[in-house]
Design a protein around this ligand. Structure first.
Ligand SMILES: NC(=O)c1ccc[n+]([C@@H]2O[C@H](COP(=O)([O-])OP(=O)(O)OC[C@H]3O[C@@H](n4cnc5c(N)ncnc54)[C@H](O)[C@@H]3O)[C@@H](O)[C@H]2O)c1
Length: 338
């Protein structure tokens, strides 16, 4: 059997880089092409240990650029495309949605067109639980209606449904995944867990929105990576799969847990004005994926400990990220200096 070629878009970001590392841990006989624009969230340092591998190629490029995407397809003839590339931070989408609409919808269209014209065995669109919107009680199944409520989740919904339309209209072998909040190593320190861990490590305040009681389901990034690969191999084309961590927590619970594990005082907690349009609770029913045979491998508490340990040991990775534009955004957004 010839080597399978994976085209990973957005592979220099948090989940994409973890997925690439997972693939190389699991398979010897694959080729990975990583196409990434290297926005503020993309970082080649995420894959330092892999960049010299002869089975890995990095291309700096924009998924919205038809010329670049077509060139990559013609040169490497990928078997699988896994699209992680996105603008991914809700807070940034509220002030500045342009890039979200461009990358998370138009970029998906460019990738779908190239796949339709030049061929692909599987197209995995990495969507999110945020497309369903908020739910007070119970959990969303893949059949639930989509009610995104911020520019990030609305753009992701556009990409999600556009990908489905290429299956329904052209028979493109698309599968869509909708995962809950990820955490783990290499997550940009603007997202809740790495932000709070790194702030606490430096004895800085932890800005928590509103009453701190918004609920998210937390999924360890390695479990997410295992699930994506499982779905790529075993999932049915045209289907959507929810991927849950089965660990719903209020933000304040996570915050207290982090402070406890770090041995820091909860006087570091600082309540700030709530995010506008803040979804109260996300919850996924992932029975469809469990019935297909996927099993979660990590327990939340252990995975959080492992993640905290990684941030403790890798301040060389995160300290340089908390500078420049990051500090300006932080001040404007939370109304406080870092
Ligand atoms: N982080 C989560 O909790 C979570 C949960 C569910 C789904 N998702 C989805 O998973 C995917 C990856 O999320 P993440 O947290 O790793 O995001 P991230 O912000 O860490 O990484 C995104 C990557 O995409 C790249 N990128 C952005 N625009 C691009 C463009 N136009 N062309 C090429 N590359 C571009 C960036 O440079 C970066 O490397 C996203 O699609 C996101 O919506 C994330």
């Amino acid at each position: 059997m010839s080597k399978k070629i994976y085209l990973i878009t957005g592979g220099a970001g948090f989940i994409g880089s973890n997925y690439i590392r997972y693939l190389f841990k699991r398979y010897k006989d694959i080729m990975i092409v990583n196409l990434d624009k290297l926005t503020y969230a993309g970082n080649t340092a995420n894959l330092k240990d892999i960049e010299s591998s002869e089975n890995y190629i990095f291309i700096k490029g924009d998924i919205c650029d038809n010329g670049v995407v077509n060139k990559v397809f013609r040169e490497y003839h990928p078997d699988y495309l896994i699209n992680f590339a996105a603008e991914s931070h809700v807070d940034r989408s509220i002030g500045n949605p342009d890039d979200f609409i461009r990358t998370d919808i138009f970029g998906v269209y460019i990738l779908l067109e190239a796949s339709k014209e030049l061929g692909i065995e599987r197209f995995i669109q990495i969507s999110t639980d945020e497309v369903y919107g908020s739910i007070e009680k119970g959990s969303f199944t893949e059949e639930s209606s989509l009610k995104p409520s911020n520019p990030y989740s609305a753009s992701k919904t556009g990409g999600d449904r556009l990908a489905y339309s290429y299956f329904a209209t052209y028979g493109l072998p698309v599968i869509i995944t909708r995962a809950s909040n990820n955490f783990g190593p290499y997550q940009y320190p603007e997202k809740l867990i790495p932000l709070f861990v790194t702030n606490a490590l430096e004895d800085k305040q932890l800005p928590i929105y509103g009453d701190g009681r918004n609920v998210r389901d937390w999924l360890f990034v390695e479990d997410h990576c295992i699930a994506i690969e499982f779905i790529l191999q075993k999932g049915k084309v045209g289907e959507v799969y929810n991927i849950a961590g089965a660990s719903e927590k209020e933000n304040i619970q996570i915050t207290n847990h982090i402070l406890e594990l770090l041995g820091k005082s909860n006087s570091l907690i600082h309540y700030v004005a709530d995010r506008i349009g803040h979804d109260r609770r996300y919850s996924l029913d992932a029975s469809k994926l469990y019935n297909l045979g996927w099993k979660q491998e990590y327990e939340f508490g252990d995975a959080l400990k492992e993640t905290i340990q990684w941030y403790k040991e890798n301040s060389d990775w995160w300290k340089p990220l908390k500078s420049g534009e990051y500090l300006e955004f932080y001040k404007k957004h939370y109304g406080m200096e870092l």
